[in-house]
Unconditional design. Structure first.
Length: 128
């Protein structure tokens, strides 16, 4: 179930700190937060989501640990150089593991060969 909090939609099935980290990642991938630019502070996230600043900090610090963000002492958190490429590579790998491999396995169980699967995907892509 989703819940609206302070103008943001919170997915109650997922920890808020992970949602904050994913939102920052999504903004970096989409280009709305550029490399070397500042991200909102933990206090800004806390006010926006109406959560404890420590929870917001946990999401931001996760990205620091992953090398996506870095801290400029006394100034704030910034997007690291190369962060977008690293995020895209990680998402592609996760996409392959979570969607493509199971799709291929299920297709094989159903007797769908690679050419038929490609045709199904192409046809679905045209109608989507």
């Amino acid at each position: 179930m989703n819940q609206t909090t302070g103008g943001a939609v919170i997915d109650e099935g997922k920890p808020i700190f992970l949602q904050i980290a994913e939102q920052i990642e999504n903004d970096i991938i989409a280009g709305s937060i550029a490399e070397e630019s500042q991200v909102p502070s933990t206090n800004e996230f806390a006010a926006f989501y109406r959560i404890n600043p420590a929870t917001a900090g946990k999401g931001v610090n996760r990205l620091v640990d992953d090398g996506i963000l870095y801290k400029k002492r006394g100034i704030g958190m910034f997007v690291a150089e190369g962060a977008r490429a690293r995020l895209v590579d990680a998402r592609r790998t996760r996409f392959r593991d979570e969607f493509i491999r199971p799709l291929i396995a299920e297709a094989a169980k159903l007797g769908i060969d690679p050419d038929q699967l490609t045709e199904m995907i192409s046809t679905e892509g045209v109608s989507a």
